[in-house]
Design a binder for this molecule. Structure first.
Ligand code: MOS
Length: 748
C-alpha cells in the first residue's frame, strides 16, 4: 500500500514556483491599480516641523500624498491593538503624528499612476525636522539595561527561570572556570520577496458598502485580517486576505508591516485599488534580529562535571515595544548544572522594534553557550564531545521535566562518525593544508517543539478528489507538500488527487506560520479533518446492504488505495466512490479543530536537538574562513518528508555560516542609520561560499508532542551552526573570536 509520509517527495508547488506560475503579493494583476511609494525619515529622533509636498503634487500622474497632517482619523488610534506576534507595548503606527522614533520611519505615502512616478515624486518632498539627540548604540547604553515589561512571555519566548542553588559560591569553588563576553550584531531578514500589499477595492452590496481583497506578503493571513479589521474598523466580512506563496519570511512577515497599513489607508481614502511595495533598502527599516551582549560563566570539577552556570544577556529594543530576545534559557535545557543563574535584560533605544528571526533567541543564545562550553573543554583538556556527553541531561532542568523524546546522544554518535571526529588532533593550529589552517569544531543545537490550535477542512468531492484547506502559510518550508501527504495517507487517496489550499482568510483559521510549529499544528488539523471525513465514510459503509463493516468499529478500518478496508483483512473493501454515491451523490465534508492535548504535553519537556560538526579552512595570510564541510544530525521526531526537511536544515546551516562569518547590519550611530542596506553590502553567502553540507535525521517516536509525532525542522538547522564554526576557527587558529561575524580582520 502506498504510504507518502516519510518519503523524500518533490514539492507539489515546485513546478509552479520555477515556471513563474506562482503569484506573490505584488504580482496579482488588478485593473486600474495605483502605486504607493513610502517616504522614510532621514533623522532618528525628533519631530517633523514641516513637510513640503507641493513640488511632488505638481508631478503629472500623482494622485495623492498622505502624511501625518492629512491622514484620515482611523479607528486604531484609540485602541491598544496587538497583533499575534506583538511584544508588550504599542505597535508602531505609521503617519500617526509628527514624532520621529527611528531612522527610516515611514513619514509619507506618495500614490501615483505608476510605481516609478511615485518614487520620483517622493524625491521632491522636503522635510524640515526638529532634531533631538538619539541613542542607538547598545554598548554605549549598557547602563540602561532593564528587565522587560511583564507579559514578555509569549509562546515563542518563555522567560528565563529563577536561579537555582547558589551560583556565586559554586562558581568560586569550581576548580575549572570560564567566563566570557560574547557580542552579536543585528541582522535583517532579507527574504528574496520584497514586502508588498496589493489592495483591491470594490464598491458594492457589502456590509460596509465596500470590499477589500488584499494580497499580502505575510506568514499569517489571519494576523493580517485581524489587523486590518481592527485598525481600520472594517467589518471582517468585507475583508479577504490572500497569500498563496511567500518568497521567504524567516520571521519578518510574522507581524503586519507598514506597507499593509499604508496600502489599505490609501485604498480606503481614494476608493481605488492600491499596491505598496517596499524596496530592498526600505526592508532595512523593518524589524531585525537585535544586537546582543551576553556573558556566560561555567564552573566544572576536574572530571568535567558542570556544577555552575551563569548566562546573562542584554539585547536592543525600541522605545515603544519590549521585544525580548530570550537568549539565556537554553543552558538549563542542555546541561544539568545544579547552581544556575540566568539574567535577561533589554535596552530601549531610538530604533525600530526588533522582530523574531529564525530561531529567535535560540541561535544567538546557544552560540554564546556552546562557545563557552568549548572554552571549558580546552581548559579541562577534554574532548568537546566527551564534555557534552559527560554533562548530558534527560531532563529540562528549567522546568524539571523529562523530555518527551531526546535522541541527542544518537545525534552525537552518528554525526561524529560521519564527520570522522575521532581523527581530530585536539591541539589548536595542529592541522593544516598548504597555506591554510584546518580546524574542526562542534556544537549542540536545541529548539522548541511547539504545537498550537488550528482548523482545517477536508472535502471528498463527488469526482473522488480530495480538497483540504487551512488558512496557514507555506513560507518555503514545504507546507503544501507535507499537508498533501498527510491528507492522502489518512484517506488512502493518491497525492495527485489531493489539492491542499492555504493562505486565504476564507479558509478555516490557522495561526501565523512560525516557531517551527506549522507541520505539527496544521498537520494535526489536516489529519483530524480527514479522519472526520473518514468517520463519515465509515458510517456510509456500514449502512450499505450486506456491508462487511456493519459490525465493526471505526478503529477496525483503514483507508488505502481509494477504499475503506478492514485492518485485519485489507482485501475486504468498499471503494470510496461507492460511498460517495451512497451519500446521494454529494461531497463528504468535515471541518475539524485540532487543539493541543495540554494535559498530556505539560508533563514533558518538548524540544528538537541537533549535533553539528564543522570543518573550516582559514587562510593564514588573509584570515579568510571557508566552511569546507559540515554535518548536522537532527532529532526532530518523525520526519514527514526527508527531502523538504533536509532543505530546511540545509537552509539553516547556510544561514548559520552567514551568521558566523558574514552577516551584520552595520549602523552608523552618528546617524542612527543602517549603512549597508543593500544586498551588495549586506553580505550573505553565495554559491561559492557553500561546500559540503550533510544532514542526518535521527528519527524519534513521540506520542506526546502531537498526534503526528512531528517536532518541526524550520529552525533547528541554524541553531548549533555558528558556535560549531567559531569553535572550528579557534581549533584552526588558536584565536577565540567572541564577536560575530568572524571577519578576516579579527583573525589577523
Ligand atoms: Mo519564525 S522567526 O517563527 O518565522
Amino acid at each position: 500500500m502506498t504510504q507518502y509520509t516519510g518519503r523524500p517527495l518533490n514539492r507539489v508547488d515546485g513546478v509552479d514556483k520555477v515556471t513563474g506560475k506562482a503569484n506573490y503579493a505584488a504580482e496579482f494583476d488588478v485593473q486600474g491599480l495605483l502605486y504607493g511609494y513610502i517616504v522614510n525619515s532621514t533623522i532618528t529622533k525628533g519631530k517633523i516641523r514641516q513637510i513640503h509636498t507641493d513640488d511632488a503634487r505638481r508631478v503629472e500622474g500623482i494622485v495623492s500624498i498622505f502624511t501625518h497632517e492629512n491622514r484620515p482619523k482611523l479607528a486604531w488610534f484609540d485602541l491598544s491593538y496587538k497583533d499575534q506576534d506583538a511584544p508588550p507595548g504599542s505597535p508602531f503606527r505609521p503617519l500617526r503624528d509628527a514624532q520621529i522614533q527611528f531612522n527610516g520611519q515611514p513619514i509619507a505615502l506618495v500614490v501615483a499612476e505608476t510605481f516609478e512616478l511615485a518614487r520620483y515624486a517622493a524625491t521632491l518632498i522636503r522635510v524640515d525636522y526638529e532634531q533631538e539627540t538619539h541613542q542607538t548604540d547598545l554598548q554605549a547604553n549598557r547602563h540602561k539595561a532593564r528587565k522587560p515589561a511583564v507579559g514578555m512571555a509569549t509562546l515563542f519566548k518563555p522567560p528565563p527561570p529563577d536561579p537555582r542553588g547558589n551560583f556565586e559560591e559554586a562558581f568560586r569553588n569550581a576548580p575549572v572556570q570560564v567566563a566570557s563576553e560574547y557580542v552579536h550584531g543585528s541582522e535583517h531578514h532579507n527574504p528574496m520577496e520584497l514586502f508588498a500589499s496589493t489592495v483591491v477595492y470594490e464598491k458594492g452590496r457589502y456590509k460596509s458598502g465596500e470590499r477589500y481583497t488584499i494580497y499580502d506578503k505575510t506568514q499569517g493571513v489571519t494576523n493580517s485580517i485581524l489587523y486590518v479589521s481592527q485598525v481600520f474598523n472594517i467589518p471582517f466580512k468585507d475583508i479577504r486576505v490572500i497569500s498563496p506563496y511567500v518568497g521567504g519570511g524567516f520571521g519578518s512577515a510574522l507581524r503586519p508591516q507598514h506597507q499593509l497599513f499604508l496600502a489599505v489607508l490609501a485604498a480606503r481614502e481614494l476608493k481605488r485599488s492600491v499596491r505598496v511595495t517596499l524596496t530592498r533598502q526600505q526592508m532595512f527599516t523593518l524589524g531585525y534580529r537585535p544586537a546582543t551582549v551576553q556573558t556566560v560563566a561555567l564552573g566544572a570539577s576536574s572530571d568535567g562535571t558542570m556544577t555552575a552556570m551563569y548566562h546573562d544577556g542584554v539585547a536592543v529594543t525600541s522605545q515603544f515595544e519590549d521585544y525580548t530576545e530570550v537568549v539565556t534559557t537554553w543552558g538549563g535545557l542542555l546541561y544539568p548544572a545544579e547552581h544556575v543563574k540566568f539574567d535577561q535584560k533589554i535596552i530601549s533605544l531610538d530604533v525600530a522594534t526588533p522582530m523574531d528571526m529564525r530561531a529567535p533567541g535560540g541561535v544567538t543564545g546557544v552560540t554564546a553557550l556552546e562557545c563557552a562550553v568549548d572554552e571549558l573543554a580546552y581548559k579541562l583538556g577534554m574532548d568537546p564531545l566527551e564534555l557534552r556527553l559527560r554533562n548530558y541531561t534527560e531532563r529540562n532542568m528549567n522546568n524539571d521535566l523529562t523530555y518527551s523524546s531526546k535522541e541527542l546522544r544518537e545525534c552525537f554518535r552518528r554525526g561524529a562518525e560521519r564527520f570522522g571526529w575521532a581523527k581530530r588532533n585536539p591541539e589548536p593550529r595542529s592541522m593544516r593544508k598548504e597555506h591554510t589552517l584546518v580546524g574542526w569544531g562542534m556544537a549542540t543545537g536545541i529548539w522548541d517543539a511547539f504545537h498550537a490550535p488550528a482548523r482545517a477542512e477536508a472535502v471528498l468531492m463527488v469526482n473522488g478528489k480530495l480538497r483540504v484547506s487551512s488558512a496557514t502559510a507555506d513560507i518555503g518550508t514545504g507546507t503544501y507538500t507535507i499537508m498533501t501527504q498527510i491528507a492522502a495517507d489518512t484517506l488512502g487517496i493518491p497525492m495527485e488527487d489531493v489539492l491542499f489550499k492555504l493562505g486565504d482568510t476564507d479558509l478555516p483559521v490557522a495561526p501565523i506560520a512560525g516557531g517551527s510549529w506549522t507541520a505539527a499544528t496544521v498537520g494535526s488539523a489536516v489529519k483530524a479533518a480527514c479522519e472526520a471525513v473518514g468517520e463519515k465514510l465509515f458510517k456510509l459503509a456500514r449502512k450499505l446492504p450486506n456491508s462487511p463493516f456493519a459490525k465493526v468499529r471505526f478503529s477496525d478500518v483503514l483507508f488505502a488505495e481509494k477504499a475503506i478496508r478492514l485492518k485485519k483483512d485489507p482485501a475486504i473493501a468498499i471503494p470510496l466512490q461507492t460511498l460517495i454515491d451512497a451519500n446521494g451523490g454529494a461531497a463528504v465534508r468535515a471541518i475539524s479543530t485540532s487543539v493541543p492535548n495540554l494535559l498530556k504535553q505539560r508533563k514533558y519537556a518538548r524540544n528538537t536537538h541537533s549535533a553539528v560538526f564543522v570543518e573550516v579552512e582559514v587562510d593564514e595570510d588573509f584570515g579568510t574562513v571557508r566552511v569546507t564541510r559540515a554535518v548536522t544530525s537532527v532529532a526532530a521526531g518523525r520526519i514527514l518528508n526527508p527531502k523538504t526537511a533536509r532543505s530546511q536544515i540545509i537552509g539553516g546551516m547556510v544561514w548559520g555560516i552567514s551568521k558566523a562569518l558574514e552577516e551584520e547590519s552595520v549602523m552608523d550611530h552618528q546617524f542612527g542609520r543602517i549603512m549597508n542596506h543593500s544586498l551588495a553590502e549586506y553580505h550573505v553567502p553565495v554559491n561559492a561560499d557553500i561546500h559540503e553540507l550533510d544532514v542526518i535525521f535521527v528519527e524519534e517516536h513521540d506520542d506526546i508532542v502531537n498526534p503526528l509525532g512531528v517536532k518541526g525542522v524550520g529552525e533547528i538547522g541554524i541553531v548549533g551552526m555558528p558556535a560549531a564554526i567559531a569553535n572550528a576557527v579557534f581549533h584552526a587558529t588558536g584565536i577565540r573570536v567572541r564577536t560575530l561575524p568572524i571577519t578576516l580582520d579579527k583573525l589577523l
